[in-house]
Structure formats: C-alpha cells, structure tokens
Design a protein around this ligand. Structure first.
Ligand code: GLV
Ligand code: GLV
Length: 326
C-alpha cells in the first residue's frame, strides 16, 4: 500500500505527477484556501502532507490526524508549524532552505532600490498622466550606493543581501542577529556586528530577514521606528508580524521615516488600510522567492523530502526541533 499524501495547494503539475509515482495523492487542484477544520478533515487519513506557509500545523490539527508522519513545507519559513506540538506527536516537519536564498536576496535588494528610488510611486504618477515637465526634485529619493545597509537577521538570505550591498553597491553593511557570525563569514560579507539600537540609528536602508517567532513579534514597532533616521527606508521580506504595520503606517504618514518596501504583512493577504493610503511605500504580494526556477526547486525539494522520508526513513531538510526520523 502506497502512503497517502495531501498536497494542500495547487503546485506544479509535474511535481504532483512525480509524487503520484510514489504515493496515493490527493491534491488541491482547485487551489481553495482550506480552513483549519477542512484541512484536518482532508488530512485525517493521510500519512504525509505538502503544505505552503499558510496551513497551520498545531496540536489540534495533529490530534485529528493520527496517521500523519511528515509535513513538507514549500517555504523556508515555518512559523505555520507548532514545532513543539509536532515533536510531541512524532511528526517530522521540513522546509526549503538554500534553494531560494539568492532569488530571495535579489528581491530584497530590488525592494531596497525601488523604495529608495521611489519607483512605484513614480510609475503611478506617470500612468495617471500627471507627468507634464521636468522638475529638479521630481521623485528625488535616497542614495543606495555608498550608503549604510542595515540587516536585521543574518541567516543565509541576510548574508546574500549583505554581499550584494557590500560587493555590488559599495555599501557599508551593519547587521544585528541573535548570535554573531564567525569572523570569516563577517569578512566575506563585509558586514559589521552592531547592537539593535545602533543598527536602527545608523542604517540608511534597513532590511528585515529574521524568522517570525514569539521573540520577533513586532521587533519593529513605534519605538524602533522612532530610533531610525527620518531619511531612512525599511524593507520587510521576512514575515508579517515582525513589523507593527499600524505603527509603520503612522510613521510613513508622518514622514518619521522616508519610505518602506513590504513583501509581507500582518494578516496577509489583508493589508493594513493605512499602508494603502500612503504614497511612500512599495507593496508586493509575498513574492520574494517567486521565480519560475526557484518555485520549481522549492516544490521539488518538498517532494524529495516526502520521497526520502518514506523510502529511506529520513527527511532531507528537517526543521530543527520536529521529530527527526520515522
Ligand atoms: C516564504 O516566505 C518562505 O518562507 O519561503
Ligand atoms: C532563513 O530564514 C534564511 O535566511 O535562510
């Protein structure tokens, strides 16, 4: 008997086909965003699942899914996993590290550039037919090259952004992280470790790339925004909830910082109405890893995790703290 797998969202048909050669697969081809109860119902008789970041795997769900042994997330972030509950239930969780690092860093840097140089605001102006003549200060923004890049959260993606800033744009790179990097990694990224306070005070462009946890909830709120330079920009490609979006909308409106670039939001796909009202913010719908090649690599790695787990008894990229093996 083949193990039974649920694919919780629509993904590449060729990846689903590959899964079908190993498993009995139920896939959400209609791409409906199931609620918790519906997800639990569909998972109740499954041995494994391929999820995206939007299905919550917690004690309540696990109690309803006694056969479940592995959940393969098609995302590097796994804040949708209750790691302790999965460990207790003996369920392995996997994520997709490494395959999206450079692609996500490219997008983070694109948001830094678009935010500093006011690209979407300028495009809206042009599309609205308001471009009549040249003006010396029309969409004059902030310098990127040679400025100070701040990175909060210095994992693989943070390091890849640091390299782009230091080597490509001649930026001074400062970072803060729970733990300091090894000296050779700091040297390779040309990044200097500073306190969070100094990072906030000194960054011209601050990029958030830290995982969302209880400790990082509202890591950037009104107090932190107040410490930033009034000319600074803030970019969030990490997770909604790391920034207090209401406080950010106020700070942008009152020009207490210059601008923000946001790919993730508290309560997404809803966006705080205050952010939709201000012009000095670039908004994208959680697409930092979205290139065709990288999304295929993520789906393939999630599938490989399921196959390796059921064939060889061990997942390829298990999330620390979840059960490790069959
Ligand atoms: C996307 O947000 C991811 O975690 O991969
Ligand atoms: C994860 O968040 C990473 O930086 O790889």
């Amino acid at each position: 008997n083949k193990p039974r797998i649920l694919v919780a969202r629509r993904i590449f048909p060729e990846v689903v086909e590959r899964l079908r050669t190993h498993f009995e697969v139920q896939s959400n081809d209609e791409d409906v965003a199931w609620g918790a109860a519906e997800l639990a119902e569909r998972l109740a008789d499954k041995d494994g699942a391929l999820t995206t970041g939007s299905q919550r795997i917690d004690a309540q769900l696990l109690a309803a899914c006694p056969r479940l042994k592995i959940v393969a997330n098609m995302a590097v972030g796994y804040n949708n996993f209750d790691v302790d509950a999965m460990s207790e239930a003996g369920v392995v969780g996997t994520n997709t590290p490494d395959v999206l690092t450079e692609t996500t860093a490219d997008f983070g840097f694109a948001l830094v550039l678009a935010t500093a140089r006011r690209m979407t605001e300028a495009e809206h102006y042009l599309r609205a037919g308001r471009w009549q003549h040249w003006s010396y200060d029309m969409f004059a923004g902030a310098e990127v090259h040679g400025s100070t890049l701040g990175i909060l959260g210095m994992g693989r993606i943070g390091q890849a952004i640091a390299r782009r800033g230091a080597h490509g744009f001649g930026m001074r790179v400062l970072y803060h992280n729970r733990s300091r990097l090894a000296p050779e990694v700091e040297a390779e990224c040309r990044a200097a470790y500073v306190s969070k306070e100094d990072l906030l005070a000194q960054a011209d462009h601050l990029v958030l790339v830290l995982p969302y946890t209880a400790e990082s909830h509202h890591a950037i709120g009104a107090a932190e925004l107040a410490r930033m330079k009034p000319t600074a920009t803030l970019v969030n490609i990490a997770r909604g909830g790391i920034v207090d979006d209401a406080a950010l909308a106020r700070a942008l409106k009152e020009r207490r910082i210059a601008a923000a670039g946001l790919d993730v939001f508290e309560g997404e796909p809803s966006v705080h109405p205050g952010l939709l009202e201000v012009p000095n913010v670039v908004l994208t719908p959680h697409i930092a890893s979205a290139t065709v090649a990288t999304r295929l690599a993520m789906a393939s790695l999630a599938a490989d995790n399921l196959i390796a787990f059921f064939k060889e008894g061990r997942a390829l990229t298990p999330v620390p703290g979840t059960a490790a093996t069959t």
